[in-house]
Write a protein that binds this ligand. Structure first.
Ligand code: FAD
Length: 454
């Protein structure tokens, strides 16, 4: 369908209703973002039909649904989660929770993946979301269709599905929320000569536990959250670890068992790894902790005018709305955020757009703003790869969504906790979760806030 077909239709679209007078929304994915979308759609029954959530696996939870197997499951489904067995959350539950659904009071602040999975299942149960989820159903294609003959005109969405036992089918929706996550498609850097490497090459997406690496030599590539965390796990399991990264220095000291190396340049003909300072290593395993790519195999990017690079999705107005198709919402594409809090505001802003409580600017103005935002960050020195990282800018962003959608802004205690935990983590990545002072800060800040609320 040529792009121009939609031009005149798009702007009137948020006001268009189907015959019941309610909008029909599809949600791709039943991870935390998809469940949050479903919960808020269900609570606006006057404007929306119950959502239809499509989930390729047999469970809710997404990233938090830990699966021991890697690659593909017994039923041939690609394993989505990159979760490893002994992970503990890097945010405390006080910061991680959806603002309207606290974690169990008895749990410690830093959780296991199992705790978070239980929490999401409880969220699902408490909001009666499960009956609205189509499990074992992969979304294969989401495409806009012109509805010129339909009363009011506008764009609707054809969602093509592949059910495990039911074959292909198609359903039509007024709006689609993309909640498919972005920690599943490994980013594999191109390493000259990698074909000469004689050991095992793997990505952290397929890392589950350290025992198989005991007494082996492992080069871990990348000192992001996973690279550092996994290096500690491996060293504790008596692997010989070299952590290769491109940071001038790490803001914390590593235990003696973990050596550091500068970036990997290439693999030599004899299979050894050659680092930037001229040193070489001959590990048994090269473990790529090099992050993940954005991946939307069910969207026709050209038709939508969407640019998806490894680490970029654009143009998105407010990191959420595709200006040319403002009934397609991308929930949670940003990084370095409080994910659940982020979903909470994005989802409610998107629903306010759909039910008309928030009026979007014209397509041109939204595109201009997305462009200006990109320029602003680039002028600040942000690399293209990091344009979707929010860090300290997330708080102003939530406030702006909250103001537009008439929601209470985030609790300032969350920001203080998040920042303090971040400082402690950067200084002591191995021990910050046990930090007594941090623990007392958390309970103190939480108590203080509770008193204020009372
Ligand atoms: P996901 O959890 O990835 O869920 C996406 C869902 O969509 C999946 O269920 C998937 O099966 C489904 N799906 C995808 N494509 C399709 C399709 N075509 N058809 C149907 N279904 C589809 N966050 C924190 O807050 N604290 C932490 O400590 C933390 N630690 C993390 C550690 C690791 C190793 C990783 C990878 C992430 C971590 N995160 C953490 C971030 C985490 O990803 C978010 O908390 C959150 O779970 C993301 O939710 P989501 O719904 O956006 O995506």
């Amino acid at each position: 369908i040529p792009q121009h077909t939609f031009r005149g239709l798009v702007e009137s679209m948020p006001r268009r209703m189907n015959r019941t007078g309610k909008r029909r929304v599809a949600v791709v994915g039943a991870g935390a973002a998809g469940l949050c979308a479903a919960r808020h759609i269900l609570s606006r029954a006057e404007s929306f039909e119950p959502p239809v959530v499509f989930e390729q696996s047999a469970r809710v939870g997404g990233t938090w649904y830990y699966e021991e197997c890697v690659g593909t499951s017994d039923d041939g489904r690609p394993i989505h989660s990159s979760m490893y067995r002994d992970l503990r959350t890097n945010l405390p539950k006080e910061v991680m929770m959806f603002p309207d659904f606290p974690f169990d009071f008895h749990l410690p602040s830093f959780l296991t993946h199992w705790d978070v999975q239980q929490y999401l299942e409880a969220y699902c149960k408490s909001h009666d979301i499960t009956p609205h989820i189509k499990f074992n159903t992969m979304v294969e294609e989401v495409k806009p269709i012109s509805m010129e003959t339909d009363e009011g005109g506008g764009v609707r969405w054809e969602v093509i599905l592949c059910g495990m036992h039911r074959g292909h089918s198609t359903q039509i929706f007024d709006s689609v929320f993309i909640c498919s996550g972005h920690y599943s498609a490994p980013h594999l850097p191109s390493i000259p000569g990698i074909e000469h490497f004689k050991g095992k090459v793997m990505h952290s997406h397929s890392y589950r536990c350290p025992e198989p690496f005991a007494h082996q030599s492992v080069v871990v590539l990348g000192a992001g959250a996973s690279g550092v965390d996994i290096s500690f796990e491996l060293a504790q399991a008596k692997a010989q670890v070299i952590l290769s990264h491109n940071k001038p220095s790490l803001p914390f000291s590593l235990p003696l068992e973990i050596k550091q190396a500068p970036p990997l340049v290439k693999v030599l003909d004899d299979g050894s790894l050659f680092f930037k300072d001229g040193s070489v290593a001959h590990p048994q395993v090269l473990l790529l902790c090099t992050g993940y790519n954005y991946h939307f195999p069910f969207l026709c990017l050209k038709q939508l005018g969407l640019e998806v690079q490894h680490h970029l999705v654009a143009p998105l107005y407010k990191y959420l709305v595709l200006p040319a198709f403002p009934s397609l919402f991308f929930i949670g594409v940003c990084k370095n955020i409080c994910p659940f809090l982020h979903f909470h505001y994005q989802v409610q802003f998107a629903l306010a757009v759909l039910d008309g409580a928030v009026q979007l600017p014209s397509r041109e103005l939204m595109e201009d703003e997305a462009k200006r935002e990109r320029q602003r960050k680039i002028q600040k020195g942000v690399q293209v790869n990091h344009l979707l990282q929010m860090d300290s800018e997330q708080w102003g962003y939530y406030e702006s969504l909250a103001t537009a959608a008439r929601l209470p802004p985030p609790n300032p205690v969350i920001q203080s906790l998040y920042e303090e935990v971040g400082r402690q983590r950067r200084a002591n990545p191995q021990t910050y979760r046990e930090h007594k002072w941090l623990q007392s800060q958390m309970s103190c800040l939480t108590d203080q806030h509770m008193e204020e609320e009372v």
